[in-house]
Design a protein around this ligand. Structure first.
Ligand code: SF4
Ligand code: ZN
Length: 153
């Protein structure tokens, strides 16, 4: 995913023709009639410029994990954020010393110990190990073993 991809997916200011309604962050919570807007003919991100709305409201969504979305979607958002930071030379502690997944080396979201793909794999492995252990005490694995023993000559 690119920064513009994040805009298309999440920015409430983007208009159908690629322009911007220009409602600033501080006006989002303003009562009706009090909001100010500075519409633009073209989205700033499409022009490779900085946008404060994008930085405050959209970029933090890179840390958002949605279990229902496609594998690697969050990784795409993290890469888009890192590319945006590099493009505008925005220095953030995370980028100076990027945290990576110990299993695969992918960029990590804030507070995450593993990337979304590896954490899913680990959850599955742990669940399998749990079932195996439980199997020794009469769980499903022991039933499978009994059947195998029974069927063998
Ligand atoms: S300029 Fe900023 S607020 Fe406007 S559409 Fe682009 S990202 Fe959204
Ligand atoms: Zn990983």
């Amino acid at each position: 995913m690119t920064a513009m991809g994040m805009v298309r997916e999440f920015c409430a200011n983007l208009t159908l023709d690629g322009g911007c309604m220009g409602i600033p962050v501080q006006s989002l919570a303003a009562p009706p009639g009090k909001a100010v807007a500075h519409p633009l003919g073209k989205c700033l991100i499409a022009e490779r410029k900085r946008c404060s709305y994008f930085e405050r409201c959209i970029l933090p969504l890179a840390d958002w994990r949605r279990p229902e979305e496609k594998k690697g979607a969050q990784q795409g958002r993290l890469k888009a954020r890192a590319t945006y930071h590099r493009l505008h030379r925005i220095s953030v502690p995370e980028l100076e010393e990027p945290r990576v997944c110990p299993d695969c080396g992918a960029l990590l979201a804030k507070r995450a110990r593993y990337c979304e793909i590896c954490s899913k794999d680990r959850r599955k492995k742990n669940a399998r190990a749990w079932w195996r252990k439980k199997g020794k005490n009469g769980g499903p694995d022991s039933i499978v073993n009994e059947k195998r023993d029974f069927a063998s000559p």
